[in-house]
Design a protein around this ligand. Structure first.
Ligand code: SF4
Length: 347
């Protein structure tokens, strides 16, 4: 069905392919510039990465994951072997894809607290993190076909794309795959209203979905209640950064399990949407005050200090409006049967 539905006039024309290549190159250059700054101008690099790019990302994932999937600089790099026909184009089994999906959820939960310990204040460490992701992604791109090696399996952002991107605004042309080879089943890009529980064929997929959907709102809340450090000297300092996010993660995971087990009358899709809206709202609830000097830890995540310029109620209004918007968008709006991007013709 999806094949018929999406083999439409929305596939890439040669003009739009050139346009997308220009946009991809421009965003790649921006990504490289951030990497360069992280190494040579760490303070600027950290601001650009953590206080400009990343705060925009959740909103973009909610509104149009397809934009991000088409232009992500890491994806552009990792898919280079495939674009240049240097990949072995191996087909990844559903089982391996599911295992790597679980690894990506684990990586998300393990890497994000590292921001407090190291990555938020150490440009070189953040650059190493990006470099490691590139090396793994490119290596996978040399072996596996299209997005199966990284973008739809190992990438730690991908679980969040699935959680937030369930009711996307627009379906864009697929600016990477020139034809569909069924590299990922189901293809996250081409499945309408995808959510973390869309694929439930094996226990890896089931565990990944529950860990992400149930645990993420608590994890986000807990993460914002841990201050940044400039390094760590003992194991207990490491554990402190993980303790609250993990404890809160277990809390919301438990609530999720109780709701989906006891209240079977409530549609699980609705529960997933409520948890997704809670997680993204919680992110901006804390992130916007942090960005403008109203955060609970004054210097953490600060972009520009407007504490003496703006009244507190203006920041509160923005966060409340965003929360209402996310619940409307993800929970109350009818699923619009749109996929992130158009599936190209099957090869
Ligand atoms: S459109 Fe086809 S080839 Fe491209 S990522 Fe999806 S399944 Fe793989």
């Amino acid at each position: 069905m999806a094949q018929t539905q999406y083999k439409s006039g929305r596939e890439l024309s040669s003009t739009s392919l050139i346009t997308w290549r220009i946009i991809q190159s421009a965003v790649w250059l921006i990504g490289f510039a951030i990497f360069f700054c992280l190494v040579f101008y760490p303070s600027l690099g950290i601001t650009l990465l953590w206080d400009v790019l990343i705060p925009v990302a959740p909103l973009l994932l909610v509104l149009s994951v397809g934009v991000w999937r088409n232009v992500c600089p890491l994806a552009t790099t990792n898919l280079l072997p495939r674009h240049l026909n240097l990949s072995k184009k191996k087909k990844m089994s559903v089982e391996l894809q599911s295992k790597l999906g679980l690894v990506s959820v684990a990586a998300l939960y393990l890497i994000v607290p590292l921001r407090h310990l190291l990555l938020n204040n150490n440009g070189m460490a953040a650059a190493w993190m990006l470099l490691i992701a590139v090396v793994i992604g490119v290596a996978m791109g040399f072996v596996y076909d299209w997005k199966s090696g990284w973008c739809s399996s190992l990438c730690p952002i991908h679980p969040v794309e699935k959680l937030y991107g369930g009711n996307t605004l627009i379906t864009l042309p697929n600016a990477h795959c020139d034809s569909c080879v069924h590299c990922s089943i189901p293809c996250p890009d081409s499945t309408p209203n995808l959510h973390p529980k869309t694929a439930q064929k094996n226990s890896y997929q089931k565990i990944s979905a529950v860990l992400l959907t149930g645990g993420f709102p608590g994890f986000v809340w807990g993460w914002f209640h841990v201050p940044d450090k400039t390094g760590f000297n003992s194991l207990s300092e490491v554990l402190q950064s993980y303790l609250l996010p993990f404890a809160a993660m277990l809390g919301t995971l438990l609530i999720y399990l109780v709701i989906t087990t006891v209240f079977k009358a409530i549609s699980e899709r609705v529960v997933i949407n409520v948890f997704a809206a809670t997680a993204v709202s919680c992110y901006y609830w804390y992130r916007i005050p942090n960005l403008f000097g109203f955060g609970m830890y004054e210097h953490d995540g600060l972009l520009v200090n407007l504490r003496n310029v703006l009244p507190l109620w203006s920041i509160t209004t923005i966060t409340v409006v965003l929360t209402v918007f996310f619940f409307y968008w993800l929970v109350f709006r009818q699923p619009n049967k749109k996929s992130w991007v158009v599936r190209p013709s099957f090869s």
